[in-house]
Structure formats: C-alpha cells, structure tokens
Design a protein around this ligand. Sequence first.
Ligand SMILES: [Zn+2]
Length: 325
Amino acid sequence: MLKSMLDMSRRDFVVSTGMAAALGLSGRLAISPAFAQKTPDPAKPFVTYKVGSAEVTAVYDGIWEKAHDPAFIANASVDDVKAAMVKAGLPPDFVSIPFTVCVVKTGGKTILCDSGTGGQVQPTAGKFMTNMKAAGFDPAKIDTILISHFHPDHIFGLMEKETNKPVYPDKEIIVSDVEYKFWTDPAVIDRLPEARKGLARRIQAVFPTWKNIKQVSGEPEVAPGIRFVMAPGHTPGHRAFHLSSGSSQLMISNDTAYVPALVVANPGWHGQYDQDANMAEASRRKLLDRVIADKVQICGYHFPFPGAGSIQKDGDSYALTLMKA
Ligand SMILES: [Zn+2]
C-alpha cells in the first residue's frame, strides 16, 4: 500500500514536471520544494476542541519534509529513523515536521502559543496568519503570546521578513528569563554552532528594541489557567505550557517531544536540535510521565495535525494516540 502510494507520487511528479514544461515553466520552477510537497495540507486547517471551559484551536502553519540526514539522530541510523516513520504511519522518504500553533481562549483572554514560522523557515510553511483569520480570530484582539523558546519556527512569526518589524507591536509577549538571557548575551554567538549564529544575531538585533517582551522566572501562571512548565534541554529556557480549566487539563508540550514518531516512541534518541540532548531526554521523560500519571491530554507543536492526543506507557518507551482531525 505504502509502496504503491510512493510509486504514484513519483509518477504524478513526472507528469507534473512534463506539464510544467508544456506550460513553458522552467525546469527549476517545476522542481521547487513547494511544488514537490508530498504531504497534502489538512482539508480544514484549524480544529477547535475544549479543555474544560477553555477553547483550544489548533491552527496549521505548514510542514517541513526534512531530507534524511545521518546527523539528525545521534544514536540511531537513517534506516532506524525510516522504520520509526513507517511504524507511526508516515512516509519513510523524509521526516515529517509539521508546524501547528495553538490559539487558546480562556478566562476572557485570547492567547497564542508560539507564533508560527512567519513564512521564513520553509517554503512549505507560513500559512498560520491566513488560517488563523479563517478560523475567525482577529490578530488585533490577541491578548498575550507565550513563547516556548527562541528557535526560528517558533518566533519568526513575531517579526516581518527582512524589516524585522513587530507583527504584534502592542501585545504582551512572555518568555522565560533563561531563554531570553541565553540568546541575547553577546558572548553566546561565539559559543553557538555555525548554523545557529545567524539566529542569535537576529534575536539580538530585534528583541532588545521591543518594549512588549516580558521575562518570567520558574513556573508562574502566565495567563488565566496557564502555567509555564520547565522543560529545558531542547534549549536552555525551553518551556511547556500547562492549561487547566475546571477538572480538565492539557499539556502544551511544545518541543519537549518534538517529532513524536521518533522521540516519543524512542525517548532515548538524541536529536540534533536538542541543544543539551541528555537534559532534553530527562525533561521529555519527566513530562511524559507526568502526563500519564495525571491522565491529561497532550499536544505538541510538531505532532501530526491537529496535534493533540494522549500518551500511554509502552514498555520502556511511550505511545501517542492522536485525536482525529
Ligand atoms: Zn520547533
């Protein structure tokens, strides 16, 4: 079944390329990454569900179909990664990394959980603003934006491409003080790997000039019924967000277990994007154990859309059961 699907997409791709040539498009255009996207966008790019009296809307921003790279998981081979994708019901020929932003309405406030890619991370992502408006949200009426960490796919939606102008100049943006201080320390640029230096430079050129960023320590309540949860390792100040309303709870796990097909099923796998892999693994196990013990729902920024479900113990590892779109 999977093989025939792959054959079909390859055949379609050849047809499409031929069609593009017939239409006079250049070969380069015909094989652009956006053109070759294999994962269909969800038919409905926003899904609303209740957590007590709070309303959570998962809004789709897009997907990165990441080419396999032996360096992606330090202690697993590309074949292991492909097998894990298949086991999760996903295509094996790339790593599916979707981006989903939660918009939470609770206690009379509208809260964004991270900001999307802003169309500045992958050509196959950047649909958050359009989809949020289609879901009925007015960006002018957002009260607060919670930021889990300063990786591009979570913060570039805050700033305009090239000009760096704020997209939400008068909204309260809340981030952990540890995360803010790490990335805005001028000395960090020398310590970061080459691939992250540009990110730190952009953060340092932009965020210190904004007056609407609020830094918080520890695990405070940052919006009605929403608390930060310390989950460091992915980055030094990475936070999950815990939403509670009445007797219902949702752990908005952000990147604690970013690609669940890989690191929920294999919590000991060490991914390239976890800055401190050992600490990230400890945070991941602690958070997943808590979600199981408390019997609460979980969602994740890179979980398959709409990104919410429940976690069960599976021997020494974990299994994610996803809510249907
Ligand atoms: Zn991410």
